[in-house]
Design a protein around this ligand. Structure first.
Ligand code: NDP
Length: 343
């Protein structure tokens, strides 16, 4: 079958692309420019891959040409959405592409691919689920029934870009569910809500400065050249995480499993603390021992009342299993050393 994949040049998108091609699917990758298409092509020489350039996903009918295909598309995976803080300077730059990009692709499917597209998979986020300080979530077990309580008014007014990012994911996802409820399209919707996504890159980056947001945080906080073992252990931030390879597999399964229809899945391997990340990096990558903060090795490093999340539905319904955290951070850290050396 044939799949349209947006955000195909991104960290998560590249892994999804890899798994789609690995499953012998025919894929059209949507990227913003020819140079980005060329970069994806260099990483994926497959003849089952072609490209569409959509320079502005907020433009009316942005995806209509990309969605026209012979043979037609059976499914669409929409991952494109801004997450790179260094590329964004105000709340609108998070909110607009996230929300309009989502509504444009759904409207486009209705206009030009309604006969063939049976399933749409959208990459949302735990950002659309968590409280993030808006209520007390000590000891809470999050499920896919939870929503971030933020309002659009608050998201437009806030001076916290993080809050604007999280709202962009909430309102983009909400727009998709609203679209399905009001338009009753022939396709069904599957939404995946990962928290922090970490792990090795499937795409090529020239230097650590080009890393995607989540892995850049690992690089900057744990293994940057300026660190020493005595540097303060970074704060835990959002301690829920998932390995990018497991998340990509969840996207593949979200296309394939009929019972997933119209379901929202929290996709997480669970909690990881800064101490655990530092311990893994120091133990697994000898070259990084001297510049990864040591903290108190062996301590779990999570508050007793930490919230957790229930990812059993994605395991049961989509058959996703989560690899051990050692693999995620060891593979990533080793690759970061290689990227540094090659730059
Ligand atoms: P990347 O920054 O690596 O990839 C983002 C993708 O979205 C790229 O293809 C990028 O294209 C595209 N994109 C970004 N901004 C725009 C825009 N304004 N207009 C059009 N396209 C845009 O990030 P990830 O791979 O990590 O993110 C992929 C998805 O996963 C996003 O929806 C993100 O919200 C979600 N997610 C990621 C998490 C993480 O920890 N990494 C956590 C939870 C959810 P270009 O290269 O041209 O900018």
């Amino acid at each position: 079958s044939r799949v349209l994949l947006t955000g195909a040049n991104g960290f998560v998108g590249s892994h999804i692309l890899s798994q789609l091609l690995g499953a012998n699917l025919s894929v059209r990758a949507v990227v913003r420019s020819q140079s980005k298409a060329d970069a994806v092509r260099a990483d994926f020489p497959s003849t089952s891959l072609d490209f569409a350039i959509v320079p502005d996903i907020t433009a009316p009918s942005a995806f209509d040409e990309a969605l026209k295909s012979t043979p037609p598309f059976d499914a669409v995976i929409h991952t494109a959405s801004p997450f790179l803080y260094r590329a964004v300077s105000n709340n609108h730059e998070f909110l607009d592409p996230a929300i309009k990009g989502t509504t444009e692709i759904l409207r486009g499917i209705q206009r030009v691919a309604a006969q063939s597209v049976k399933r749409v998979v959208i990459t949302s986020s735990f950002a659309a689920i968590g409280a993030f300080g808006q209520y007390d979530d000590a000891n809470k077990t999050y499920t896919s029934a939870d929503w971030n309580p933020t309002t659009l008014e608050a998201a437009l007014a806030t001076t916290d870009l993080g809050a604007a990012y999280r709202a962009s994911k909430k309102f983009a996802e909400k727009a998709a569910w609203d679209f399905v409820a009001t338009e009753k399209p022939a396709f069904d919707l599957v939404v995946l809500n990962p928290p922090m996504v970490y792990g090795p890159l499937r795409h090529t980056v020239a230097s650590p400065a080009e890393l995607n947001e989540s892995n850049a945080r690992i690089y900057n906080l744990f293994v940057a050249l300026a660190n020493t073992v005595d540097s303060p252990l970074p704060p835990n931030g959002l301690p829920l995480y998932v390995d990018v390879r497991d998340l990509a597999y969840a996207h593949l399964r979200a296309l394939q499993v009929p019972e997933a229809a119209n379901t929202r899945f929290l996709v997480t391997a669970g909690l990881v603390s800064s101490q655990q990340i530092a311990d893994i990096v120091r133990a697994e990558v000898p070259e990084l021992q001297a510049r990864t903060p040591k903290g108190t090795p062996g301590v779990k490093g999570l508050p007793d009342a930490a919230f957790t999340a229930d990812a059993s539905p994605v395991q049961k319904v989509l058959g996703v299993t989560f690899r051990p955290m050692k693999e995620t951070f060891s593979d990533l850290a080793k690759q970061l050393v290689g990227i540094e050396k090659a730059q």
